[in-house]
Design a protein. Structure first.
Length: 472
């Protein structure tokens, strides 16, 4: 009995220590990468990219399903993005509302015979539309049978004729110069082939929006959105910047990512059998480059806030989203389990992938088991109150420090949220997060594991209700 208790104590201490060390290393690596990025781009004028003699063509691919309420404005926003060699491909994925009729009428669309090669498997494409208005000459509207987001993206890739494609959520709000910033790593590639690039995604809830653009950044009014602002700070400014520093990034947000079209197609396109298509796509592209193409490559990350999205403002919607994220991660890990601690896959197999398994997938499970173990130990009188109080204070302080570090960099470099009121509010939210939001996320993750393994639901999307940005 005593030996079992000793083993469990050692396990939780070692796991917790490794987790804390990984966070410290992330903070250091992201600081170095942000510093280098600022020095490199301080005097660079992105508008000059448009004057380059050779620029890669880009297809902006946006799947749309039942977006009738905002589809006209969303398309207008995408058409106004500042890049000289781009086309906008809207893929209507079997919408049941009046999206098609509204878009056809507003943008003067007509059916056309559009030649394309069905390289990636998709559901049937019913019609392809182009506009009779020269102002919308770069707009392609695809009407197809419903197959899900990954299927719609594959359809867009098939129809695209560009060198790169930008996969985005149609209801996201993109900064006007976002493509100019995202394409820069592809223009600068040297010995390492840039296969994909991601950018920072920020929370649009409560922001002032006019003509498809953010005109004023406001801190959300809704409590759940407030928590997610802080969460996105850490995930993008610290987490993904750190992995980008060592070229170990495994995920680019499905809301906003730029990809090499040929490599994406050679790797098989998006996996239509998973709800974690963004994570799985990057893993498979990296796997392809390492084992098949056998070329040096890079997945780039741009730390600028380039994309703004509506995050869940209702607890049920948040639960569905995190449940889906968990199932998508599990599905991708299991599909590519041969990479785990496999030196054949290099840095990805020995570092990035094991980290995702141990500290992304297993962390909520181990934390839950640790809580159960603590409760049992407390009931048996085996808890040293003084040591527990010290450890609790350390964990609370470290969590607060890590969040404050992310806020510091956001305020210092980007400064999108203004005033001391925001700083006071976000510090209070960071404190409340430990007590309220973090336990909920752990629960949602456990629920995702239950849904995946026990209920056998691997592809369910869950209801994602959206409301007006201004109301949250």
């Amino acid at each position: 009995m005593n030996s079992t208790i000793s083993i469990l104590n050692s396990f939780f201490i070692i796991y917790g220590t490794l987790l804390f060390i990984s966070y410290v290393l992330m903070a250091i690596l992201s600081s170095l990468d942000l510093s280098d990025y600022i020095k490199k781009t301080k005097y660079f004028r992105y508008k000059t990219i448009k004057e380059y003699k050779v620029l890669p063509s880009i297809s902006i691919i946006a799947p749309a399903y039942n977006e009738e309420a905002s589809i006209i404005e969303n398309i207008r926003s995408l058409l106004s993005l500042d890049y000289p060699k781009s086309e906008v491909i809207i893929v209507n994925d079997g919408s049941k509302d009046n999206s098609l009729e509204k878009v056809v009428a507003h943008y003067s669309l007509v059916k056309v015979d559009y030649a394309y090669k069905q390289t990636l498997p998709t559901e049937k494409i019913l019609d392809i539309y182009k506009s009779t208005n020269p102002a919308y000459a770069n707009l392609i509207y695809v009407n197809k049978e419903n197959g899900g987001k990954a299927d719609a993206l594959n359809a867009g890739i098939n129809i695209s004729r560009s060198y790169l494609f930008l996969a985005i959520d149609v209801d996201c709000i993109i900064e006007s110069d976002a493509i100019l910033r995202m394409v820069k790593p592809f223009l600068e590639e040297n010995k390492e082939k840039v296969i994909a690039a991601g950018g920072v995604v920020r929370v649009a809830n409560s922001c002032q929006i006019k003509d498809g653009r953010i005109v004023k950044v406001n801190y959300p009014k809704n409590l759940w959105a407030k928590f997610q602002v802080l969460e996105y700070f850490r995930a993008f400014t610290l987490g993904r910047m750190a992995w980008s520093r060592i070229n170990g990034l495994l995920i680019i947000s499905g809301a906003f990512g730029l990809f090499d079209r040929k490599i994406a197609m050679d790797a098989g396109g998006y996996d239509r059998t998973t709800v974690g298509e963004d994570f799985e796509m990057v893993v498979r592209m990296r796997k392809y480059m390492h084992l098949v193409a056998k070329k040096k490559y890079k997945v780039a990350f741009i730390p600028d806030p380039l994309c703004w999205t509506e995050v869940p403002s209702k607890l049920r919607t948040l639960k569905n989203q995190r449940n889906r994220w968990t199932r998508g991660s599990i599905d991708t890990i299991l599909k590519h389990k041969d990479m785990f601690l496999n030196p054949k896959h290099g840095k990805m197999g020995l570092l990035s992938f094991p980290y995702w398994v141990f500290f992304e997938w297993f962390a909520p499970i181990i934390e839950t088991l640790g809580l159960i173990y603590f409760i049992i130990s407390a009931l048996q009188g085996r808890i040293n109150v003084e040591i527990f109080a010290i450890l609790l204070l350390f964990v609370f302080s470290f969590s607060l420090f890590f969040s404050s570090f992310a806020v510091y960099y956001e305020t210092l470099i980007f400064n999108r949220y203004k005033g001391y009121k925001f700083l006071v509010s976000v510090v209070l939210i960071a404190m409340a997060e430990i007590i309220i939001y973090h336990p909920l996320n752990v629960y949602f993750s456990i629920l995702g594991n239950y849904t995946y393994f026990i209920k056998g639901d691997k592809k369910g999307w869950g209801k994602m209700t959206r409301t007006s940005f201004d109301n949250k």
